[in-house]
Design a protein around this ligand. Structure first.
Ligand SMILES: Cc1cc2nc3c(=O)[nH]c(=O)nc-3n(C[C@H](O)[C@H](O)[C@H](O)COP(=O)(O)OP(=O)(O)OC[C@H]3O[C@@H](n4cnc5c(N)ncnc54)[C@H](O)[C@@H]3O)c2cc1C
Length: 431
């Protein structure tokens, strides 16, 4: 099957998902790729330890469990913690990726999965995680990336509207769009409650019999090309399993310096600001405003029920180590988001900052996910490199990682895409 047919077929799987309304439906849909489904009875499959309970780790644990594995999830600080890159309040879910058909297609599928997950779990577990705000891209010209985004949307079949500046003003007069000539609106996009999502997915995993442990895990001894155990600092020296999946986000270079230090750049921290909205004025609250992107800056409305604030992400600053980097945003960086408010959302320009977040990006050298076996340990899978966009893909990428860990070939066409690249090859390509 060629890559394009593969994308289309997984897309058909998502259609089945929408009808079925459950993740189980999604899994059956993806099995339609011609891959072998793992037909293991629950809790009788191989033992797998997942290390890291950010977006990649919790969704991997969830899917491994669905596929019948016996799973332990270990995190140094707990699912959705404040140091993790997934531990912010919110993350955007849009599919507008210039030049990236796979990401576009998977983001589009991920939206359906977030919706289906809420349909299945929200009635029992509380507020939804996914808020379908729609997403509005605003630019001064349609050249370059905007054209590429449209081309891929047309190919993949993502619904969108191309709006004139007057149409944008009529729909959302609270946005100041002076100098903007081009607007693309993606109605299916949205914003997900990220910290809450990590906790919910981990909570469901636990309710279904999965074990969660809080500990620092360190790769243990190797025998015959396999890791035989994992060292823990929680007073129980080690844990053994058939397979291990490391999903360490920006901690990868610390745990695997030889392999990951040059393949992941973790030194940039992103700054996220949440501003108050005026009492009684709901123009900046969901569902009255889409998520939006002006060049170099993105944001979205405040979400019910607890309204953490109107979100703006700006450029950030350098950080060295995800364990010790200070997450407070110094005042010298507060000016930029305020300028953006004044220019684009003047009605709320005087509102206070009510929360801030700073977290490490984990950008891979290929600017794509890394999902591959450790070169010296065949039972160890490394999964990360979300590269500033990874959260939204969690429900999809977790299934891919789980399938790979269990030797299920439903996504094997993509093994090459996410492999640990040879850095020498990459340098030559760049020359
Ligand atoms: C400012 C900013 C804005 C972003 N915006 C978006 C967005 O709008 N949409 C989007 O989709 N993506 C976005 N991203 C990217 C996205 O948040 C990340 O790609 C994703 O959250 C990474 O998840 P992860 O599971 O790989 O890593 P993490 O969430 O960092 O999880 C890694 C986990 O591993 C644990 N850990 C580390 N070492 C050990 C150890 N030795 N033992 C045990 N546990 C360990 C940590 O405690 C942590 O919980 C953004 C990123 C940033 C920084």
């Amino acid at each position: 099957m060629d890559r394009r047919s593969f994308l289309r077929t997984t897309g058909a799987g998502a259609g089945a998902l929408a009808l079925a309304g459950t993740l189980g439906g999604a899994l059956s849909g993806c099995r339609g790729t011609g891959a072998s489904a793992s037909a293991v009875a629950p809790g009788t499959g191989p033992e797998v330890v997942v290390i890291g309970a950010g977006a990649f780790g919790v969704w991997t644990a969830y899917h491994l469990q669905e596929m019948g594995a016996r799973v332990t999830l270990i995190d140094l600080y707990g699912p959705g913690n404040s140091r993790s890159t997934s531990g912010d309040e919110t993350r955007g879910v849009r599919s507008s990726y210039a030049g990236r058909e796979l990401w576009t297609s998977w983001a589009n599928l991920a939206m359906e999965r977030w919706r289906a997950f809420d349909e299945e779990w929200s009635p029992a577990m509380g507020d939804p995680l996914f808020y379908p705000t729609g997403d509005l891209i605003l630019r001064d010209t349609s050249e370059g990336q905007i054209e590429e985004v449209q081309e891929i949307w047309d190919t993949v079949g993502v619904p969108y509207e191309s709006l004139t500046p007057d149409e944008v003003r009529a729909r959302w007069p609270q946005i100041q769009i002076e100098g903007i000539e081009v607007a693309l609106y993606e109605p299916g996009a949205g914003v997900v409650r990220s910290r809450a999502a990590c906790r919910r997915v981990a909570g469901i995993f636990q309710q279904r019999g999965g074990e969660i442990r809080m500990a620092k895990a360190t790769p243990g001894p190797i025998q015959g090309g396999r890791m035989i155990s994992l060292d823990l600092d929680d007073g129980q020296d080690s844990i053994s399993a058939d397979r291990y999946v490391f999903a360490l986000g920006p901690w990868f270079p610390k745990a695997f310096p030889d392999i990951m230090a040059d393949r992941l750049r973790i030194t940039t921290m992103g700054h996220v600001f949440y501003f108050g909205t005026p009492p009684g004025d709901y123009r900046f609250s969901y569902p009255n405003l889409p998520s939006w992107g002006f060049p170099g800056v993105t944001g979205w409305p405040t979400l019910p029920p607890d309204n953490r604030g109107f979100r703006i992400r700006t450029g950030g600053r350098m950080g060295e180590d995800p364990d010790t980097s200070v997450r407070w945003i110094p005042e010298e960086f507060h000016e930029r988001p305020m300028e953006i408010l004044l220019e684009r959302f003047p009605v709320i320009a005087e509102q206070p900052i009510v929360e801030t977040r700073a977290c490490h990006y984990e950008s891979s050298a290929t600017r794509d996910w890394i999902i591959d076996e450790h070169p010296e340990m065949e039972n160890v899978l490394l999964a990360g490199g979300g590269s500033a966009e990874g959260f939204k893909f969690g429900p999809m990428v977790g299934e891919l990682i789980a399938a790979r860990a269990l030797g299920d070939d439903r996504f094997s066409e993509l093994d090459e895409e996410f492999r640990l690249i040879d850095l020498d090859d990459m340098e030559e390509d760049q020359d």
